[in-house]
Design a protein. Structure first.
Length: 223
């Protein structure tokens, strides 16, 4: 049974969502404020989170950013303002979907099911987002348009860390943790040089591609 977190401080809305989502047989935890959500995701590992933006304790935007530092959990953000969606997209939070209020609970359930279906049964398609880049994580292999890339283990780990929902941004620190199992500290320049080599190999394999972008002062963005 899939477990879903609903983070919503409007009690009525939370109750309606609860009714519809439970009716689909999902397990459900409701939070009416933002400050315990990240810790709860750590501990309970839900399959999807429906995340309001304006919340007491901690905003949905902050929560989303924090979750993306360690988790690929599907995040559906809900907002009361249509015009905010553009701004949210601009922030490149790495959320999987945005739903504007007022919404029909049926629509929310349909989107939840669609996202869970994608993540469950077709991870390759979800991950590659039709970019031609496919990762075979268990075998440390990557391929573009069916042609295998010759990556070092560290380059593969960087690619695997960045690879996922488009617009994902990872800090250099986070990439470092993915690069070395022993959590050793290396300089930013070391990270940058591995990423540069990786980008070069991606470009060689597909000259018109642009999978990894530097984000000034922070780290790197995927797509
Ligand atoms: Ca709210």
């Amino acid at each position: 049974m899939s477990k879903i977190f609903i983070v919503e401080d409007e009690e009525k809305l939370a109750n309606v969502l609860e009714k519809y989502i439970r009716a689909e047989g999902f397990d459900l935890v409701i939070f009416d404020r933002g400050d315990q959500v990240v810790e709860a995701v750590h501990q309970q590992k839900p399959d999807l989170i429906l995340l309001d933006i304006m919340l007491p304790g901690k905003s949905g935007i902050e929560i989303c950013k924090e979750l993306r530092q360690f988790s690929e959990i599907p995040i559906v953000m809900t907002t009361a303002r249509v015009d905010e969606i553009d701004r949210l997209l601009g922030l490149e939070l790495g959320a999987d979907d945005y739903i504007c209020k007022p919404f029909s609970p049926r629509e929310v359930v349909a989107r939840i099911k669609a996202i869970l279906r994608r993540t469950r049964h077709d991870p390759v398609e979800l991950e590659s987002k039709n970019t031609g880049l496919i990762l075979d994580r268990p075998n440390y292999q990557a391929a573009i348009d069916g042609v295998a890339l010759q990556l070092t283990p560290i380059e593969f780990k960087i690619l695997a860390a960045l690879y996922g929902p488009p617009s994902r941004v990872l800090k250099r620190d986070t990439l470092m943790n993915h690069m070395y199992d022993d959590h050793r500290a290396v300089s930013d320049r070391t990270v940058d040089s591995h990423v540069a080599n990786l980008r070069k190999k991606l470009k060689e394999a597909k000259p018109d591609s642009d999978y990894i972008h530097p984000v000034y002062g922070i780290g790197y963005r995927y797509l």
